[in-house]
Design a protein around this ligand. Sequence first.
Ligand code: LM2
Ligand code: CA
Length: 677
Amino acid sequence: MRLYKAIVAGALTATAAAGTAVALPVLTETAANAASAPGVTVNLWNWNWKSVARECTDVLGPAGYGSVQVSPPNDSMSKGGSVWWDIYQPARYTLTSKFGDEAAFKNMVDACHAAGVKVQVDTVINHMTGQGATSYGGYGFSKYNYPGLYSSWDFHSPTCGIDNADYGNNAWRVQNCELVSLSDLNTGSDYVRGQIAAYMNKLTDLGVDGFRIDAAKHISPDDLGAIKSRLKGSPYIHQEVIYGQGEAVQPSQYTGIGDVDEFVYGRKLKEQFTGQIKYLQSFGQSWGLSVGSDKAMVFVDNHDTERKDASAGDGTLNYKYGATYKLANVFMLAWPYGKPNVYSSFTWSNKDGGPPSANGGFVTDTNCSNGQWTCFDREMTGMVGFYNAVQGTSVGNWTDNGGNLIAFSRGDKGWVAINNENGSVTRTFTTGLPAGTYPNVAGGGSVTVNSGGTASVTVPAKSAVAIRVGTSATPSPTVTPTGDKTATVYYKTSWGTANIHYGINGTWTTVPGVAMDTACTGWKKKTIQLGAATTFQAVFNNGSGTWDNNGEKNYTIGTGTTTVKDGVVTGNAANPCEGTTQNSATVYYFTGWNPANIHYGINGTWTTVPGVAMDTACTGWKKKTVDLGTAATFQVTFNNGSGTWDNNGGNNYTIGTGATTVKDGVVTGNAANPCGG
Ligand code: LM2
Ligand code: CA
């Protein structure tokens, strides 16, 4: 929640500052300042690039995940697939890792961006190797000697090893001696800082949006700050600074640089979910979390903590805890603290063992049905939608059963019940939601909320029920207006998808509103039936959380043709597209899907995933007409709205103007209408 307040505060400040100017800027400018906000992150640890790309397109984008965190992409020491941890011993910064080469990495970043998912990279910059002589990319090195990159004088020397006692009383040794004998880079040196920044800037050039800083605790805040100052743009940064009570190096020393991976969070959730979750009512920084909500990236587990002994005080839950693990993740996505990071990786019995691989350790494609991967990201998709829907609300209607069942609302946007008991619980709960029937986004079934906001719900043992606005098992009734007034709105924007969310006499569309059509390059258009009304209220959004609400005032628009451009409303306007070239394409798609969406890009600007719903043309055929502006062709993929895609085997379909049919992978241009007529 603090995170959200920070963003709102930023928005208000910017608006107030602009208030002295004559024309108010559109809200999108403010949103751009918060562009690096990660949303819900998913850590696809040890997935290869090809599999991450596919997951972004098929699962993460459609679910609303904001970011994916990927494993170190640089060339590392090779143990030939026997262990996972060779990736934490960098050999050089070339992108030839066990997960794929630079082309595969770039393709992954592009696929994730096309799906609306940002990319964070795990960067190992404190050290190089402690053992080995060859890398996955076939490069030869030895400890302290990495030809063309670093030699012995680039490392802290004389060398020393970090002793356990150092953590308690000697920050200098924690940051200048070797962590498990890994050659410790002299991050105080200008040359070393330059090489590290060059590596990170190369990733930024490839489109990367953020970084996890591995072993940040072992780099002094001064050195890390100096490296950060050399970075391009403003990437999102979260730093691995593991909290230990009374230690010489503390997470709070790093919050000036960026966010911190909050390790106490997962330890506390393990205690509660293996005990009594009723105590979570007061869960927050007062529990001894190492940094405030606005600086914390939180997680139930990560690759290190999931491997700690079950008895270890600093261990966490992991996938082996089954339903309990899932409930803890539901809580993380429902409770306002920090920025959540969901973990999804391979299954293991040997703590050191590497991921599924072939040909000497190159990681094979993730398979979600052979038991070798948890694919836990797929179990949280509904809760990601919940998280997105409840941002900006606070916790209310807390209730518990005095033991292991808790329930709470997030404003009037969402409500969740978590049953960590061994038996089911049936109760009447106050949900705070508008009346209606809502699907359970944390599992199966649905919940009917009555007009008083209460609902009688049975929560099965070790399971959760979560409902939120914006989903509907029963669609909300549509108001049929009387009268025949209309308004045609032209909206100037660079968004690929634009929605108009509007209210007539106080009755608003369901967020995000109604998709606008492309009128011509840079302009979206929608004609709205006003009934008897002569004005209405409108705001615009891009379908993935960026809004233009006229600096919180909404736009008031009348009948006839209106243009909205850079915050200026012009009534009785001329059609801004008059005289411009206006190509259009009608696509007929043969499929058994219902619904079917068309997700398309014109000159590289793509619709927001999943794209635009197609209409049924006749049995087996869906149809959509797309305005292309001055473009003569565009790129097209199709999906069924729940994760099944047809992207022409990864190539997309290229389609031109006029009528085109797409059937069984075959594109026919200048086609006859397959439905006749
Ligand atoms: C991290 N954060 O600070 C990573 O999250 C963690 O997974 C890394 O340790 C560590 N820091 C270094 O980046 C892992 C693994 C270690 C492994 C190192 C380096 O947990 O066991 O150490 O990666 O690969 C291994 C051997 C160790 C040996 C060392 C150097 O297990 O016995 O030390 O390599 O050869 C003599
Ligand atoms: Ca160091």
